[in-house]
Ligand binder design. Structure first.
Ligand code: SAH
Length: 262
């Protein structure tokens, strides 16, 4: 089946960033994994050796991905123009980064890809990503591997992420096709990641308008979740609700303290 150009571009909005890769062969393996799954945007932060014969030879037919790879001096540079950054981690961390699994990451990437760029960041072969690097990520993503031996080879980890992106992209294509064939209303249920974004936005807005006390809100938010989950919102309805929240926040910001006291 021929691939639609619009959807090919969606995969172009997902960027793979490799931080300080030691083995050039892994860079080639990553390029190949990406191209097999239809991704093309590779960024390399301070690679140990690049360009290199080992990388080109492992890349095989994906030499174009290597040739177009951007080499950067820092992770900040590599993600500067990205709207969403996900750090891939071989270990589940106890601390505060919000975590996704690899499938949720791909769904999130697809939901954002039409209007923004997402980076998936992969760490060093020996030590992964530092805490300072993870602090630059909006989410941490983990492949649910064997807990007793959880660390995949770098190129294998990238392969799994790119595969999930491709599956999510193919599903998107199937939905587009149905949409074109059917006339009338298309129901596309909001994903759990999108619902989480909405709940965070609702929570913040209710604090901004001084409806909620930030200290005492857990039970209230649980009720809100129950209410909205029952509604099984679709993506367009969620967009409308978020638009209302954004407009509400804007109005609160526009009000002067005096106006608020009236
Ligand atoms: N020894 C390192 C892992 C290095 S593997 C550590 O313990 O952190 C190189 C990179 O591949 C990791 O930084 C991560 O980005 C990715 N990776 C490997 N296994 C992974 C897994 N199970 N889930 C998500 N990413 C993984």
């Amino acid at each position: 089946m021929p691939e639609k150009n619009m959807s090919v571009n969606l995969l172009d909005n997902i960027r793979v960033v490799l931080v300080e890769t030691s083995h050039p062969g892994n860079i080639g393996g990553v390029a190949r994994a990406m191209k097999n799954m239809g991704l093309s945007q590779l960024y390399l932060v301070n690679p140990n050796e690049f360009p290199s014969h080992a990388a080109s030879s492992r890349a095989s037919g994906a030499g174009d991905v290597l040739a177009n790879a951007q080499v950067c001096d820092s992770l900040q540079d590599a993600i500067a123009d990205c709207d969403m950054v996900v750090g891939a981690s071989a270990r589940l961390r106890k601390v505060a980064w919000p975590q996704l699994d690899v499938r949720q990451t791909a769904e999130l990437a697809m939901s954002k890809a039409s209007h923004s760029t997402m980076a998936m960041v992969f760490g060093r072969e020996d030590s992964g990503l530092s805490n300072a690097e993870l602090d630059l990520c909006h989410y941490l993503a983990h492949i649910p591997s064997n807990p007793e031996y959880s660390s995949l080879n770098l190129a294998a980890a990238v392969q799994v992420f790119c595969y999930e992106c491709r599956i999510a992209w193919l599903a998107e294509q199937a939905v587009d096709k149905q949409d074109n064939e059917a006339s009338g209303y298309k129901f596309e249920q909001a994903s759990s990641v999108q619902m989480e974004g909405f709940y965070a936005h609702l929570h913040q807005t209710l604090i901004d308008i001084e409806f909620l006390d930030p200290e005492k809100n857990a039970r209230f938010m649980r009720r809100m979740r129950r209410l909205y989950n029952r509604a099984e919102l679709d993506v367009k309805e969620l967009d409308i609700l978020r638009g209302i929240l954004t407009a509400t926040q804007r109005q609160v910001r526009l009000q002067t303290p005096e106006a608020k006291n009236v």
